[in-house]
Design a protein around this ligand. Structure first.
Ligand code: FES
Length: 107
């Protein structure tokens, strides 16, 4: 389990507990947090689960694979230093305290 904070573009914060094995995208979806659309359901095929990871967390996350990197090119204003697709981030205790920021819009 990990406590994850999702920050909407407006600045509204949502801190929720997300079970191990879910993705960061599923944590938002299951808690009805707006701003992550996840149109493809987590298949790394849409880029609408894009967030900017808090700078303090960038190095702590597993590196992205080629598929995620390619798909991020289609996201709205990606920042290759901080952008991630939340459907590709598996939750475990190691992610406890993670903070992610929603973009202004998804695509
Ligand atoms: Fe579609 Fe993440 S949900 S790429």
């Amino acid at each position: 389990m990990a406590k994850i904070t999702y920050v909407e573009f407006s600045g509204t914060e949502h801190t929720v507990d997300v079970a191990d094995g879910l993705t960061v995208m599923e944590g938002a979806r299951d808690n009805n947090i707006p701003g992550i659309e996840a149109d493809c359901g987590g298949a790394c095929a849409c880029s609408t689960c894009h967030v900017y990871v808090d700078a303090a967390w960038v190095e702590k996350l597993p590196s992205m694979d080629d598929m995620e990197e390619d798909m991020l090119d289609f996201a709205f204003e990606p920042d290759m230093a901080r952008s991630r697709l939340t459907c590709q981030l598996k939750v475990s205790a190691e992610l406890d305290g993670l903070k992610v920021f929603m973009p202004e819009k998804q695509i």
